[in-house]
Design a binder for this molecule. Structure first.
Ligand code: UFG
Length: 336
């Protein structure tokens, strides 16, 4: 199929592009490069632009004969969403609405949407199923629910066929493909730990050790970005085969505390990591662990890299070979 990937130059987007290409889909990337990297999608037709540029979208759909889309173009820094909610409502909800409307009216009625575990807020049951109550504790999560709701209405009114994938903690990199995680500023735990190993930071701040978890630090469910990306392919294929859409969690069903992640990173890198307890970060739920049973049974998804050690190893290969991310020359061939 000819698939438009909005936000395809981002960390997860570039891995989704790779996964789609690997099974023979023709991919066109639309990205404004606000946070994405042109280098992450070098061998793909690339269009620099905004998801809310109706004229551009209509032209793209017609020129490339787009049949389906993946939407990952969103503001995603959780903390920022609580400092500037308007930015998130304008971008994720407002521009998202223009994107959705234009696509559907141009005849593109298959959409895979990048949603998030942030829709659940502080969960009451673990592992979290898709039927769990939605109770976001940040604006970012609220905008993800809003877009899911929009898709529901577009299904009813226009026959949109859609799948929302609620990601838990994406990590790692597709080794050998020259793509990996490069956010500026970086806020995610694993890259921050690895940047510390590389001497780019003095220490890791562990945000709180007084949570109601065995070691007091927050527990998360880390999923390899390539496993997460393959789920987009399965979702796309299911929709194009006429199967029902819906909502799916994406995680490994296993939780690791911040302290445990630090230890795994020490094992993988062979280095002692300087870490210090810092105050809690606002809006962090103590535990987030997914039940991915629904996507396993409906779409046949399984994780190829479920072990945290393997996920960190792939991330470490990327960081070691790209210590400055995409912005500077590669130091060492990551394939070695
Ligand atoms: N953490 C630290 N120190 C750091 C960075 C993170 O202790 O320097 C902790 C956080 O407090 C959290 C855990 O490490 O407990 C993981 O934090 P990340 O920032 O890596 O990831 P989050 O769980 O906050 O966020 C992820 C996704 C979001 C999504 C969210 C759902 O990145 O997009 O899960 O809650 F919204």
């Amino acid at each position: 199929m000819r698939v438009l990937v909005a936000g395809g130059a981002g960390y997860i987007g570039s891995h989704v592009v790779l996964a789609l290409q690997q099974v023979g889909h023709q991919v066109i990337v639309l990205d404004n490069l606000q946070t994405g990297h042109r280098e992450a999608v070098e061998n793909v037709p690339f269009v620099l632009g905004d998801i809310a540029d109706e004229t551009l979208l209509i032209r793209l759909v017609s020129e490339y004969k787009i049949e389906a889309a993946v939407h990952l173009a969103a503001e995603s820094t959780v903390g920022l969403s609580m400092q500037d909610p308007g930015l998130f409502f304008k971008h994720n909800t407002g521009k998202g609405a223009v994107f959705l409307d234009t696509l559907v009216k141009s005849g593109v009625k298959i959409l895979v949407f990048s949603s998030s575990a942030a829709v659940y807020g502080s969960p009451i049951n673990m592992p979290i199923c898709e039927t769990h109550r939605l109770n976001p504790v940040n604006v970012y999560g609220a905008t993800k629910i809003m877009f899911e709701e929009m898709m529901r209405w577009y299904e009813q009114v226009y026959g949109l066929r859609w799948i929302a994938l609620r990601y838990f903690n994406a990590a790692g990199a597709a080794v050998g493909h020259g793509i990996g995680e490069d956010h500026n500023p970086e806020t995610h735990l694993i890259p921050i730990i690895l940047q510390t190993v590389l001497g780019k930071r003095q220490k890791v701040n562990i945000f709180g050790n007084d949570y109601s978890t065995p070691d007091g630090t927050c527990i998360r469910d880390y999923i390899h970005v390539s496993d997460l990306s393959r789920a987009h392919v399965l979702a796309m294929d299911a929709l194009s085969a006429g199967e029902a859409g819906g909502i799916y969690n994406l995680g490994n069903g296993q939780g690791f505390s911040v302290q445990e992640v630090v230890k795994v990173c020490e094992r993988v890198t062979g280095q002692k990591i300087a870490a210090e307890i810092a105050p809690r970060r606002q809006g962090d739920p103590p535990i987030l662990v997914a039940s991915a049973d629904r996507i396993k049974s409906d779409l046949g998804w399984t994780a190829e890299h479920p072990e945290l050690e393997g996920i960190v190893t792939s991330a470490w290969k990327w960081h070691r070979s790209h210590p400055w991310g995409y912005s500077k020359p590669v130091l060492k061939d990551e394939r070695k």
